[in-house]
Design a protein around this ligand. Structure first.
Ligand SMILES: C[S@@+](CC[C@H](N)C(=O)[O-])C[C@H]1O[C@@H](n2cnc3c(N)ncnc32)[C@H](O)[C@@H]1O
Length: 293
């Protein structure tokens, strides 16, 4: 299967512009996915040997290894990979983080990321990880669940939804994605407008299961500490909660004179791009350059 065919990399021109690469650049792509950006960057520097790729989804790394056998490709979370890469970080000149799930993960019914398909409640980006959505939902208490829905997805109806999920669990009726959709609909009613009522619940559970905000925070902090003067970090996020976290980390590091921001306002896609690629509609780029005095 040609995975890259199904996936259009978001804001690829802007990514290349902010990474400001030269043929000698060593680039770390922390989100290989379908290798969309990876391919653009490898072509821009003209040397796949200078590319390091990371993904916690083994399928992505396996496919990327077939296409880029001379690149360094690591299966694992960012925090695991950064420990492994510690010695190489000072030579890295560009880092890309294209956050969140890939369209492949969303479209692969059995992965359980989407409320469009009925599947076991999995949602692990790394299928070798122990805790799935089913495990997490079977042990989380109602208060923590409500807080998670509110904090990770801005779900205003978090308490009602958490109560309904816990009720379904108590009746042993919470096993599949459609069971989770039903729990949300029992609490807030069926779809009325454009957005499905389970959208935010699925986002929050996925983010909790994969510890997405913790990964972003620890990884950016480590990169800011360990990259060399002049190295650049480009982050693409897809919702305001991720973007706010990235913005605050960069703002604090700027105040500590650890980096400079490469733009005033966050960078958003051109209209032409999001008309062609629906996924680009919610994308935001933040880019910085490391300063070592
Ligand atoms: C939006 S997709 C990347 C798409 C890619 N840029 C492309 O153009 O094909 C995000 C990818 O990052 C991976 N990912 C997300 N968070 C991760 C983390 N903390 N550690 C490792 N990989 C992660 C996901 O498994 C997914 O494959």
């Amino acid at each position: 299967m040609n995975l890259a065919m199904q996936h259009i990399p978001v804001m690829a021109q802007e990514v290349l512009e902010y990474l400001k690469l030269s043929p000698s650049s060593v680039v770390l792509d922390l989100t290989v996915g379908a290798a969309g950006h990876f391919t653009y960057v490898a072509e821009a520097i003209g040397n796949p040997e200078k590319m390091i790729g990371v993904d916690r989804d083994l399928m992505c790394i396996t496919e990327a290894k077939k296409k880029f056998p001379s690149s360094t490709l690591i299966h694992g979370s960012w925090t695991q990979a950064l420990t492994e890469l510690e010695k190489r970080l000072p030579e890295v000149q560009g880092v890309l983080m294209d956050c969140g799930v890939s369209s492949m993960q969303l479209d692969h019914a059995s992965r359980g990321f989407s409320f469009r398909f009925d599947a076991p409640l999995d949602m692990r980006m790394d299928t070798t990880q122990a805790i799935s959505a089913q495990n997490w939902l079977s042990s989380v208490d109602e208060q923590t669940l409500a807080n998670t829905l509110f904090h990770l997805a801005d779900e205003r109806r978090s308490r009602r939804i958490a109560k309904s999920i816990v009720e379904k669990r108590r009746k042993n009726q919470l096993h599949t994605t459609f069971d989770l959709v039903q729990a949300v609909e029992d609490a807030v009613g069926p779809k009325r407008g454009k957005t499905h009522p389970a959208t935010k619940t699925f986002q929050a559970v996925r983010m909790a299961v994969n510890e997405e905000l913790i990964e972003i925070e620890k990884t950016l902090q480590a990169l800011i500490q360990k990259l060399s003067h002049g190295a650049r970090i480009v982050v693409i996020t897809f919702h305001s909660i991720e973007d706010r976290l990235v913005k605050n980390i960069f703002r604090d590091a700027k105040q500590n004179k650890q980096l400079r921001l490469l733009h005033k306002k966050a960078v958003r896609p051109q209209r032409e791009e999001y008309l062609l690629n629906q996924r680009a509609r919610s994308a935001t780029i933040r880019a910085v350059e490391i300063v070592k005095i």
